[in-house]
Design a protein around this ligand. Sequence first.
Ligand code: CMC
Length: 427
Amino acid sequence: MSHTFKLNYDGSEFEYPVQEGTMGDIAVDISSLRAQTGLITMDPGYKNTGSTESKITFLDGEEGKLLYRGYPIEQLAEKSSFEEVMYLLLEGELPTQDELTIFKNTLKDYNFVNDRVKKIIDAFPQEAHPMGVLASLTSSLTAFNPKSVNVNNEKEMYHAAARLIGKFSILSAWTYRKMTGKDLSEPDNNLSYVANFYQMMFREKNKDFEVNDVIVNALDKLFILHADHEQNCSASTVRLVGSSHAGLFVSISAGISALWGPLHGGANQAVLEMLENIQKDGGGLQKWVDKAKDKDDSFRLMGFGHRVYKNMDPRAKIIKKAADDVLNQLGIQDEVLDLARGLEEVALKDEYFVERKLYPNVDFYSGIIYRALGIPNEMFTVMFALGRLPGWIAQWKEMRQTNQPIGRPRQVYTGEPTRDYISVENR
Ligand code: CMC
């Protein structure tokens, strides 16, 4: 049944179409509102604004439900692989065995970067944050691959995505080599995408390297869980930059910068730093929960709350269990994990958090796994970026292929009304 939305304004009635999604989302299409009434809509932070239709990811924040191309995240995390999920997000369907083999081989074909990129890395200070380095290196790829992609050509889009994914694992691993002062490693194309990334991070020069399956499986699962999350801050940034018809690599570089902030992907680093501070402070949890509730204190419980989830983040549930499994399998006791569990318990009973529906999000437990795998705090958001890359590319591709208009919000001006210029001697 089709619906319309009626608006009474200034004594006149206006009608707007209501758009319905396949999973029950409904939206009023107000694109003609200003032309008809002179009104714009105000929604700072886009809390209630739909910027696009999308066939990629479905998220129900009330139910705590997340689907990629219709498949529940729980099934993908348990049964699929990161390579398969990348294909699913980019191409819309799970691959056949042949399609998957071709895709994996194509990623391997692009798993190299121009030698001059090494010189760019060399020029960065060692103490540079790896997210800044990653954003710059991703942007620099444009210089080495100047041909833009024809977004109406499926084959070119497939190769553009594979090219970026193939190179991104090297760039991500190299940000770690740079910050730890190690020589730049080389890819090993006998390994899966995730195992290859892992060996590029940790292999010592001229030494054998044994891939630890527990670690690779944990990373694979984490990357699947991070692979897309519909119109979040970084994906919207990628779409907005790309809407001006800027190229794929620079659009993704902008997405990396958006992800870096502590309210978005940077929260995983902030969570671990917060837990370490709580530990140093003696482990008293209530004090920190009270601090987070104090409106005169800017401190927030990092890893809690979400713009869309008003229930437990389904990814957090899976990661919490995975953190338990990984620590058990690796025989690691981590007091920080106990603190995280304790903090979750205290916060979930606290009226402030209950009332505001603030639950642990994806970043709350992911840092604990990364830490168990020997990955330093500053690299956590790079891990998020590597996982999120296929989602960003899928969003960019969909935006360009559906020919979305350039993104350009409006505003309500509240500054000085028109006034005349006064020369400096008369001010
Ligand atoms: N600690 C304490 N209070 C909080 C928190 C928190 N972590 N999160 C939200 N609140 C309060 C906030 O102060 C506000 O209270 P009041 O209604 O009294 O003013 C209320 O809850 C609603 O918060 P909001 O800031 O209006 O909600 P938002 O949708 O604009 O922000 C958020 C969502 C994720 C930015 C926010 O919850 C937050 O800052 N969380 C901590 C950072 C974090 O973990 N970020 C990762 C998000 S998940 C991964 C990702 O997307 O990258």
